[in-house]
Design a protein around this ligand. Structure first.
Ligand code: AMP
Ligand code: MG
Length: 618
C-alpha cells in the first residue's frame, strides 16, 4: 500500500521561476494516477548537492514517503548533481532501473548516453532519478510503471501483497513460471468454423451497456483545469455572488440618478480593482471604469460619451466638474451584486459535461477542484508475432510496425481518456498470459488487438477463457469490419476486469474501438452510451455488403445547408488511410436481395466519431 509519494524538481531555473517546471507536474500527475490514495508532496529545489541530500533524507526518514521521483540535474552540466546526492543517501542501488530508462531513451536520442540517473532504496523508500525534460519524463514513466507497486511492496516487506501479486498473476517471479492451459500442438484439429454465435449489432451494444454498469461508479477530485469533458458528480453551488460588488458596465461617471442631468463635482476616480472609500453625495460623481466597484450612494453610471467637461485643473490631470447631458435611470449600466451569478445558484449540475465555459465559471467562483466521475484505467496491448515497435527503424523479414496501439491511444486521448501502454505480446499462450496479467494488474479495462479470428495463432479467446476464467459475452458480431470482435469479463486479483479483444486489422481496431470501447467508456464515466448522430445524404452511390457496414466518411455541408457524406476511398479493413480525416462512421445497412446498393442522395445515419472542421485550401 503506497501511502505517500514525493516529486522533487531539481533545477536552478525552475527554483527561480516555479512556472517553468513542467516535468515535476508531469511526474506528479503520474503519481496521482498510479497511487490515487497516496499523499503527494511536491517541491522545487536548486541544483545544490546538500539541499538535494537534505530533502531526500527528509522525505525518506521523516515524511516516510514510499517513493521519491526526482526530475532534473542528471546530465553533464557543472551544476548537475542529482545522481551524486542520490548516491550519497541511498543504502542499496537498483541499477537495472537506469539501464531500462537509458535503453528506452536511446530509442529516441543518442543523447540518452549522457544521462547519469540513479535508482535506489533508502530505508523503506524507493528513489528514482528522471531526466529534466518533460518529454523524457513522459516516456520514461511508462518504463517504470509496471514495476513500481511491486517494488515498493518488496521494499516495505509487504509479504501478503507480494505473495498475492505472485499468486494471482503467476507473473513477477520469473517468466518461466508462467504457463497456459491452452494447447496449441493439435493444430490440425482446430475448429474450422467459429464456435461463437454471430450477434446482431443491437444485441452486442446492449450487452456492452448492461455489462459495463458493473464498472463501479467511483468519483475523483480533479483540478478544474483537468476537468474538460469530465462528468460532474456532485452539484456545485455558488458560494459567493458574481459580481461580489455593484460593478460598472461602462467607462463613465458613477452618479445618483435622483440628481438627473446637470453639472456634477468629480469627487474621485475609480479604475477596476479600486475599492471606493468615500460615499458619493448628491451633486457629486466619481469617474469610473468598466468593472470597477460603485461607491456607496451611487446607483447608476453615465457613459463618458454622454458627458461634457466643464472645468479641470490647469495641468489637465484632474477633472473638477463635468456635465451629465442625459438624465440617468436608477441601475443604468450597473451590474448589481449577483447579477451574473446569484449566490447559491447552480454552477455545475450533477451529470454536466465540463466545458471551457463551465470551467471558467468555476474558476471565477473560487473553485480550484471539482468532483467528477472517475475514469477507468485502460491498458492497451497489441498481439502478433509479426509486430515491431513503431519506433524500430528496420523491419525484420515478414514483419510490420504496430500501428494499432498508438492509434487507439490517441483515439482514447481525443475523448479525454488516458491509457497505459502494455506493449506487444507474441502469439504464444504463455506470452499472452503474461502480457494480459501484466495489463490487468494495472487497469480496469484492457483493449487488445489481434489474435481473435480463426488462425492457429489466434489464441486470445482460448487464453482468456482457459487461463483467466473469462466469460466471453460475445466473440462474433454481424458487422463489417470487425466480425471477430470479442468482449469478455474476468475476475482478476478480486476485481472485475473488462476486456475488449479487437481484430488486429487496423481499420477493424479503429471501428470497433469507436463502436464498442467508446460506448463502454461513456457508460462507466457517466455519459449516455449512444453516439451523437445525424442523418446525411450520400454524395455518391455506395455498394452494400452482406453485413451492416461502418464506413469511414468525411462530411461536407452543401449549399442548401444539409450535410453530405463521402466515403474515404477503399473500405478494405487493412487500409487505415480510410480513417484519415473521417468525421463520421456511416451506418450502412446490410444488402438485401432487393437492395444491393444505395444511390446518390440516399439518407443514412452518421455517427460522429471524429472532429468536424473545414480544411483550408493549401
Ligand atoms: P489478426 O487479427 O491478428 O489476425 O491480424 C489481422 C491483420 O492485422 C494482420 O494482417 C496483422 O498483421 C494486422 N495487425 C495485427 N495487429 C496489428 C497492429 N497492432 N498494427 C498493425 N497491423 C496489425
Ligand atoms: Mg495476429
Amino acid at each position: 500500500m503506497v501511502k505517500a509519494v514525493a516529486v522533487v524538481t531539481v533545477s536552478d531555473t525552475c527554483f527561480k521561476d516555479h512556472s517553468k517546471d513542467t516535468s515535476g507536474p508531469t511526474l506528479a500527475k503520474f503519481a496521482k494516477e498510479l497511487f490515487p490514495n497516496a499523499n503527494l508532496h511536491t517541491i522545487i529545489i536548486p541544483d545544490e548537492k546538500e539541499i538535494i541530500e537534505k530533502e531526500l533524507k527528509y522525505f525518506c526518514d521523516e515524511a516516510n514517503v514510499d517513493l521519491v521521483l526526482t526530475t532534473g540535474g542528471t546530465g553533464l552540466g557543472i551544476r548537475d548533481v542529482t545522481p551524486e546526492a542520490t548516491k550519497a543517501v541511498i543504502h542499496r542501488e537498483v541499477p537495472a532501473i537506469p539501464i531500462a530508462l537509458t535503453l528506452e531513451s536511446l530509442k529516441q536520442t543518442p543523447m540518452a548516453m549522457l544521462s547519469r540517473s540513479i535508482a535506489g532504496v533508502r530505508g523503506q523508500t524507493f528513489i528514482i532519478n528522471f531526466p529534466g525534460s518533460k518529454k523524457a519524463v513522459k516516456e520514461l514513466i511508462e518504463v517504470v510503471r509496471p514495476v513500481l507497486s511491486h517494488a515498493i511492496s518488496l521494499i516495505k516487506n509487504e509479504l501478503a501483497e507480494v505473495k498475492s501479486i505472485h499468486d494471482t498473476m503467476q507473473f513477477g517471479c520469473s517468466h518461466h513460471c508462467i504457463s497456459s492451459n491452452v494447447d496449441i500442438s493439435k493444430v490440425a484439429f482446430r475448429p474450422r468454423e467459429s464456435p461463437y454465435p454471430m450477434l446482431e449489432m443491437t444485441d452486442a451494444f446492449k450487452i456492452v451497456d448492461d455489462v459495463m454498469t458493473q464498472c463501479t461508479e467511483q468519483l475523483e477530485i480533479v483540478p478544474i483545469e483537468d476537468g474538460l469533458g469530465r462528468v460532474v458528480a456532485q452539484t456545485v453551488f455558488a458560494k459567493e455572488p458574481m459580481p461580489p460588488f455593484p460593478a460598472s458596465v461602462k467607462d463613465g461617471y458613477a452618479c445618483l440618478s435622483l440628481d438627473g442631468a446637470g453639472i456634477r463635482r468629480v469627487r474621485s476616480a475609480l479604475t477596476a480593482g479600486d475599492a471606493p472609500t468615500q460615499p458619493l453625495m448628491s451633486g457629486e460623481c466619481a469617474r469610473i471604469n468598466t468593472g470597477a466597484s460603485l461607491p456607496s450612494g451611487a446607483d447608476c453610471v453615465v457613459q463618458v460619451e454622454d458627458t461634457k467637461l466643464i472645468s479641470a485643473s490647469e495641468d489637465g490631470q484632474t477633472e473638477i466638474d463635468v456635465e451629465i447631458m442625459v438624465a440617468p435611470q436608477p441601475n443604468q449600466d450597473v451590474r448589481p451584486i449577483g447579477f451574473d451569478i446569484p449566490m447559491g445558484s447552480t454552477l455545475a449540475d450533477k451529470g454536466d459535461v465540463l466545458d471551457a465555459g463551465q470551467i471558467g465559471v468555476l474558476a471565477g467562483a473560487g473553485y480550484q477542484n471539482i468532483t467528477v466521475k472517475a475514469h477507468p484505467k485502460i491498458a492497451l496491448l497489441s498481439t502478433g508475432n509479426e509486430l515491431q515497435e513503431p519506433s524500430d527503424l528496420h523491419l525484420r523479414p515478414a514483419h510490420i510496425r504496430d500501428s494499432n496501439r498508438i492509434m487507439l491511444k490517441v483515439l482514447l486521448k481525443e475523448h479525454g481518456f488516458q491509457s497505459i501502454n502494455c506493449g506487444i505480446a507474441r502469439d504464444e499462450p504463455s506470452a499472452l498470459v503474461a502480457a494480459v496479467s501484466n495489463a490487468l494488474k494495472q487497469a480496469d479495462i484492457l483493449i487488445c488487438t489481434g489474435g481473435v479470428s480463426m488462425g492457429e495463432r489466434d489464441l486470445l479467446k482460448p487464453v482468456l477463457v482457459k487461463d483467466f476464467g473469462a466469460t466471453l459475452h460475445f466473440g462474433r458480431v454481424r458487422m463489417k469490419p470487425g466480425k471477430p470482435s470479442t468482449f469478455a469479463t474476468c475476475v482478476f486479483a478480486g476485481k472485475t476486469k473488462f476486456i475488449f479483444a479487437l481484430p488486429g486489422n487496423p481499420v477493424s481496431a479503429y471501428v470497433c474501438c469507436n463502436l464498442f470501447v467508446m460506448r463502454a467508456l461513456r457508460v462507466c464515466s457517466g455519459l449516455a452510451p449512444d453516439w451523437v448522430h445525424f442523418n446525411v445524404k450520400l454524395s455518391h452511390p455506395v455498394r452494400l455488403d452482406a453485413r451492416p457496414e461502418y464506413a469511414r466518411a468525411s462530411i461536407q455541408v452543401a449549399d442548401d445547408g444539409l450535410p453530405t457524406a463521402k466515403l474515404l476511398g477503399s473500405q478494405c479493413s487493412s487500409r487505415l488511410l480510410s480513417a484519415c480525416g473521417a468525421a463520421v462512421l456511416l451506418e450502412l445497412p446490410a444488402a438485401t436481395d432487393d437492395v444491393q446498393s444505395l444511390p446518390t442522395g440516399s439518407v443514412v445515419k452518421a455517427l460522429v466519431t471524429g472532429r468536424l472542421y473545414h480544411t483550408a485550401p493549401m
